[in-house]
Write a protein that binds this ligand. Sequence first.
Ligand code: PEP
Ligand code: MG
Length: 751
Amino acid sequence: MQNASDSESRKLLRRLRAALAEESEGQERLDHITTIIASSMRTEVCSIYLFRDTETLELCATEGLKPEAVHQTRLRLGEGLVGKVARLGKYVNAADAPSMRGFRYMPETGEEAYSSFLGVPVQRLGEKLGVLVVQSRDARHYTDDEIYALEVVAMVLAEMTELGAFVGEGAALSARHQHPVLFRGTVGQEGTAEGHVWLHEPRVVVTNPIAEDPETEKVRLTEAVDRLRVTVDDMLDGAGMTADKDQREVMETYRMFARSRGWLRRMCEDIDRGLSAEAAVEKEQSNARTRLQSAPDAYIRERMHDLDDISRRLLRILTGQGSETGAEMPADPILVARNIGPGDLLDYGRSLRGIVLEQGAVGSHAAIIARALAIPLVIHAENVTTEALNGDPILVDGDQGAVHLRPEDNIVAAFRDKFAMQAKAQERYKDLRGLPAETLCGSRIALTMNAGLMADLPSLDGSGAEGVGLFRTELQFLANRSMPRRGDLARLYGRVMDAALGKPVVFRTLDIGSDKILPYMKRPEEPNPALGWRAIRVGLDRKGVMRMQLQALIRAAVGRPLWIMFPFIVQIGEFRAARAMVDDEVERERRLGHDLPADISVGAMIETPSMAFCPRAFYEEADFVSIGGNDLKMFFFAADRENERVRRRYDTLDTSFLNILEMIVSRCAEAGTPVSFCGEDAGRPLEALGLAAIGLRSLSMRPASIGPVKHLLRRVNLEEARAVVEAARASGTQSVREPLNEWLTESLTRG
Ligand code: PEP
Ligand code: MG
């Protein structure tokens, strides 16, 4: 049975719809709407405040307040009761508004005559659009029914604002998504990019917020929820035992929402009030978001994203809008997404100019792949997916972790200047491509590149790298939905070697665990994964996968030299065991009568301090070693490389860190074992100089870093640089960065 307030509410929405359907200017529409709401709700005042920019609300239409105040009265987010409604995303109901804390008197509006106040937020999918207010002379509390009715109207206003129904000339009300917005996030991958927005998941557009027949809408909603439940159940079944605990937890939460009776009931109530099924879904999504957002518990706040996801899925089912909306990807796409999996990112590949994510972590798969593809990436750009529209101009400043959406001309100009300077520098580096990294004192430093994808190989020639010093093989494993097959891997490794045209490629065996989790491999719960079951530890415990990978490498290399490197070796025994596996596989191939590689070099990555102190025999037995500076620094300083709070706290040019590096370098020299350094720091010119100064003669880095590093090394005298390091050590200086920098500036100006 319908109650009276439901039909009242529907009557109001019907009048609104008629007003919206009229051919009129945006301002006229807004004015008309305030009149309708005030008369329907029997209040003297109805006002609509909309956001001018993310911080400022403007009175855009009113019935009852002084008309002169329209487009004049402005409030900051959080200011006055209106600002409070916007900030909290929740209604404020006051019988005696002027006596309320936070009330701000605005004389130009003449509102002193009104005592009671009810304000509700106008918001859509978590985006704050404005505030809808009714006021009356008599000091009364608005009933729950009235609050509900106003919220329903606000939902309709939100949809119409989004659709641009109130945009008009002279109305001083500009369309949404037209202002420039700056997002400050975290650096995921350095570099700058200019392009146009490509939303990974396009916004769902709702064109029918008001519906005539509640029964039809409820049937539509129930059917859509049924379909959603089936999809979620399938997802859970499909994920089976392979999904890890976090994934399962997310899916269980989806299931919980999808089955929640309360959720469905509330949406049906919204429909009874006159909303369409789509608008009801959005209204509940916004309400739940507000509730969850204020939860003190991070876990509960996290569930907000799950709820958003599930609501979005439901909206897609209802509107039939899939991920393809017919929009065409721009020629210079900057991908904007909440988050993205490695497989999807690899599908886009190098077509992307830049990536902006709301979530993600520095060490996430997306970041690893963005880094491998050298695509500028900014993570933690809050709300970017609600603000950005497909095709919007956008600048990504991966060096600063900033994103400019719809930037002003002066920002674009400054950005382009920076680009031009970078391009000029790159041109200069191009001329160095065929030249060695030879210092003024005659030392030669071998510069090789880090890679992880077939697509990286063209950079070998482009950058002038002398080979691939680190090929991270885990990317193929991470990007696949199931364990790759030996044959496929062998073909891929073979193509990598072909593309290297005889230059050496050092293949690092699977380095998983810690931050790199294979979606299809069950892993144990670990209190601290970085110190847990990772890299060679997994390889030695689960021999099948490593054996398969070794076979693929041996088969790919027939007739040519092969370099195999084991990650995260922390004691001599692990190296011996891993090496024995290579010997076994070679023996097996021989028995099978297969051709073998021309030569096999087996090396180890040094990523923990333990290896600086291990028996000399290790250095004698290893054919080569490579220092994994990223991990070594993390364990040396006990500072998580993925923790923003501490990851930049300790300097690579810290004298104690240089001491351990030098110790490893000299132990290698004693044993006659080649050593290189392949952490990210090798690609930073001043760090590279410091590493060369203490004796490293081989550095492996991102291809784009080879030019700048070579450019610097060719202009310095390493003996002088070494003297600076020695002096700094002798005087007890903590980091050689400053003295090295000072010397460098002086030496470059001198030379
Ligand atoms: C390192 O730890 O320095 C390294 C090169 O390996 P990854 O960054 O892949 O852990
Ligand atoms: Mg490492």
